[in-house]
Structure formats: C-alpha cells, structure tokens
Design a binder for this molecule. Sequence first.
Ligand code: ADP
Ligand code: MG
Length: 343
Amino acid sequence: MAVSELELIRRCFERRPLRPDVALGVGDDAALLRPGEGLLAAAADALTEGVHFPPGTAPEAVGHKALAVNLSDLAAMGAEPAWALLALGLPGPELAWTEGFARGFLALARSWSVELVGGDTTRSPVRTAAVTVLGRVPDGQVLRRDGARPGDLVCVTGTLGDAALALRLLREGTALHPWLRARLERPVPRLAEGRALRGLAGACIDLSDGLVADLGRVLEASAGAAGTPLAARIELRRLPASSAFREAAAALEGSRCWALQAAGGDDYELCFTLPAGRLTEARRRLEPLGTPVTALGTVEATQAEEAGVHLLDPEGHPWRPPAPGYDAFSGPGGEEGPEPKGP
Ligand code: ADP
Ligand code: MG
C-alpha cells in the first residue's frame, strides 16, 4: 500500500504523550523537552541493513535493537533514559515493514518510559535507523570510562558470546536456539544494573564491540587519571557462558568459544571495574535484578608497551583472539581475522 511520508509517520510513530517532561513531541519542527535537574546524557547509534543486521531480519527485531543499543549506552553511564529521536532511511514508503519496526521500537520504549519525541524519515538505498537517546543522571554519580585504577577487579554482567555465536550459526544456516536468537536480535539494555552501580563502579562501559576492544577503551581512558599505563589480566576460564551457548558451542574448539566470548561483540552487557572489597556489594545490588556478576581479572599498573587487555588461558599462557573486536570498517571480531593481505 502506497502512503506518503507524513502518513507513514502518523500511522507508525505518532502516539499519545507518555511523559510530563515533554512539552511538545512529534509533529512540529522540533520537540520541546523539560530537562530538569542533573546532567543530561546523550547518545546516538545507527543500524544499517547488511552491516548491523542481516537483510530479512524481522522488522520488530530491528526496531527493538535500534533502541536497545542506544539505551545500553545510557545504561553504561548510569543514566535514566527519557527521550528518543529516530532518523529512519527506507528504500520506499514500506508501511508493513515500518509498522513492524515501530512495534518493536515503541514496545521497548514504553517499557522504560522512553518517549519518541521526533525524528526524520528519508529515502535511502538501504534501510537505516539512526537513533538518539537522551536521559538524566545525577551530577557526581555518572559512570564513566576513565575511573579504573590499579588493583581494581574487572567485572561483567550476564553472559558473553551468545549474540556472536547466534550470528555465526545464522550465517551457516544452522538451526538456532531461541535464547541465542533473542540475545542477537533483542538485547535487553542493562539500565537497572547501570543505575544500581552508581557510586560503586569506578569505570563502566557497555560491551558492543567485544570485551577486548571495549575494556581496552576503559584502560586507555583511565590511564591519564591513574597516572600510569594500565593493563588488565583476564582469565579466559572465567568468561561467563550461558547454557545455550555451551550446548551450541560444544562442537567448537575451546579457542573458538573464547574468540566469540572475548571479541565477538554485540553482547550489550556492562563491563565495570571496582575495588576488590566491593564485589560483594555489587552482587548484592544486582542479584535482585536477576543479573549475575562475574569477576574476570584485575587491573594493574604497567609499562606503556604492556598496556591493554591480556587474556590468559587455563595454563596461564597468553592468548589472543584472531581479530580483536568489531570495527565499523573491518567488521566483526572473534573468529574472523582481517582479510589476508596480498600474495
Ligand atoms: P521537517 O520537514 O520540519 O523536518 P518532517 O516532515 O521531517 O519535519 O517531520 C514531521 C514531524 O514528524 C517532526 O516533528 C519530526 O520530528 C517527526 N518525525 C519524522 N520522522 C520521524 C520518525 N521516524 N520518528 C519519529 N518522529 C518523526
Ligand atoms: Mg525533517
């Protein structure tokens, strides 16, 4: 069914107001928001078909994930989300696809009291969804990347590698456990966990590109304030795996599992640091949320040449994944190394 741009926006994205701090939502040239107290946290992340999700992915899943990956960024700051903007690129006025997308997007938005207050709809050769989220965090309670210190533990919520394994199985055309598919297509942003870690975690980041890449960013960001280059020693045997991952990965070599878990990406778990004596408190706060916390290793002061993430196998030998993590221009990490260079 052919619809105009305006009709598409009306039918898919105009909803009754949700939040009292929205003075004006979808419909005018700009939204008007009441920012209120504290700091405003802002983040943007875009999904492109064929790059971030395979063509043929259910539109509900794309809508869900487009918002979820953004909320995950706010979670990592300890922020509470309030508003979202959506710039959608479509090859044509695809009403059915856009309705599906809007269902996935708006259901997740509603569940966190996030109001879609504006955006843009344009024609684009491939489907793209660029989302901006805004939220609030009390001044002085923000979780940032630069708070890791020597002696801290490195911890992670939930399990690692599920989404990367799901993507691999999808590409092979292998049947997929529903839990693994959900971890790939419908990540749950760790918003409640991020808030619970306020005032407790020294540094925090959400794992989108994989543990090695993202923890590396924490170490780099923290080195200045710590006054020393930083290294993290991570024990591979500690990487938390779901039972669905273990079952589906049973046929893989151990090292391929590590690669998926340490560098596969798309986990949307929180990785955070804190003094060892506070691990019990972190577990106590996250347990009521049903979220396990796993300590993976420690942060250490080191020499510049040794800075970064060191993975240790069960014998204590250093181990490196074939590709360090997802990169916008070279693609997924984990098992797939970079393209082999010339002859
Ligand atoms: P303008 O041309 O003034 O930018 P548009 O015609 O692009 O306005 O959009 C009309 C209204 O619909 C605006 O309030 C805009 O924020 C909103 N809007 C457009 N596309 C979307 C979308 N994909 N999701 C949410 N709101 C949208
Ligand atoms: Mg516009």
